[in-house]
Design a protein around this ligand. Structure first.
Ligand code: SAM
Length: 299
């Protein structure tokens, strides 16, 4: 019952721009810390907190039997979350072939996964997804893009292609959920994250405002692009999607502190535990970089 197809592991991804190639290299070359290793870094609390946020979003918007498309799926870190949500079908796509292979392996390791999964390596912002995706007319009820959408805002052309890809593969009434850096917050840095704007970035443009981002032990000096929220909302609207939810991670957390199941999940996911009773002040500040966003396609 568990189908794994696609994702030709011998094929390298082609990419239309050198920055996309650089991003793919960056993620392809990242070493994988084991489960234990990942529990003892300077950003363990932040990583687990971000995982908790994704779980909350998935719990909120996915439902039993829904079909999922995960853009920029990385190493498949969210596969278990989708399994818990009881989805029926999953397609994961990412520009980094190594990550896609790791995601494929991770899927096979999930015991009792009751959904089919396919994985494809391709640039999701440069080309139509049909270039590799099978079936090419796959329709998802939930499209997810976690911590990866900022790469699409390098150019208007890429942002539009990303939006076309989302809109054409999302069923009517379906939801597009994503986590993106909050342009209003990304100004200062601290000991956990550093942001270095290019010299010509004194004026924020709708597309292509570059900055070099470093997140301790996770991302090193990687070129990312500001997501100009009004532009994103406008672009989504042009493609038939309306903004339904937008909350920064700090406030999303506050919203959920009164919900018992969400608080229990914080402990189950070991965001805090006896060994690490709180996340550091700098990690907490870094958490605030991000926004959780949901759009719904008009039916
Ligand atoms: N979504 C995963 C998660 O939350 O764990 C991975 C997030 S990781 C910070 C960003 C991912 O975006 C990387 O796996 C990277 O390869 C992918 N990515 C960047 N540019 C991309 C593009 N143009 N097309 C598809 N994936 C891309």
């Amino acid at each position: 019952p568990h189908k794994v197809a696609g994702g030709d592991s011998t094929r390298e991804t082609s990419s239309s721009s050198s920055n996309a190639a650089q991003v793919a290299d960056h993620y392809n070359q990242r070493r994988q810390l084991g489960v234990q290793g990942r529990m003892h870094t300077k950003i363990t609390g932040l990583r687990l907190f971000n995982n908790w946020i994704k779980s909350i979003m998935i719990r909120e918007y996915a439902y039993r039997g829904c079909r999922v498309l995960d853009l920029g799926c990385g190493k498949g870190g969210d596969l278990r979350k989708w399994a818990i949500a009881g989805i029926s079908e999953y397609i994961g796509m990412d520009i980094a072939q190594t990550s896609v292979s790791q995601a494929q392996k991770r899927f096979l390791e999930i015991r009792n996964a009751r959904f089919s999964a396919q994985f494809f390596a391709q640039d999701c912002y440069a080309d139509p997804l049909e270039k590799t995706m099978r079936p090419p007319d796959y329709q998802a009820d939930v499209i997810s893009a976690q911590f990866c959408l900022h790469y699409a805002f390098e150019t208007e052309q890429k942002a539009r292609q990303m939006m076309r890809n989302v809109s054409s593969h999302l069923s009517d009434g379906g939801v597009f959920i994503c986590t993106i850096p909050n342009a209003n917050w990304l100004v200062f840095g601290n000991t956990v994250y550093q942001v270095d704007f290019a010299k010509d970035a004194s004026e924020i443009k709708r597309f292509g405002t570059a900055y070099a981002f470093t997140l301790d032990e996770a991302v090193e000096d990687c070129t990312e692009y500001l997501v100009h929220m009004p532009t994103f909302v406008q672009l989504a609207r042009e493609h038939g999607l309306e903004l339904e939810y937008c909350r920064d991670f700090h406030n999303l957390f506050v919203d959920h502190t009164s919900q018992r199941s969400s608080v229990e999940l914080i402990h189950r996911m070991r965001v805090v535990d006896d060994e690490r009773p709180e996340i550091s002040a700098d990690e907490w500040e870094a958490v605030g970089i991000y926004l959780a966003v949901a759009f719904r396609k008009r039916s």
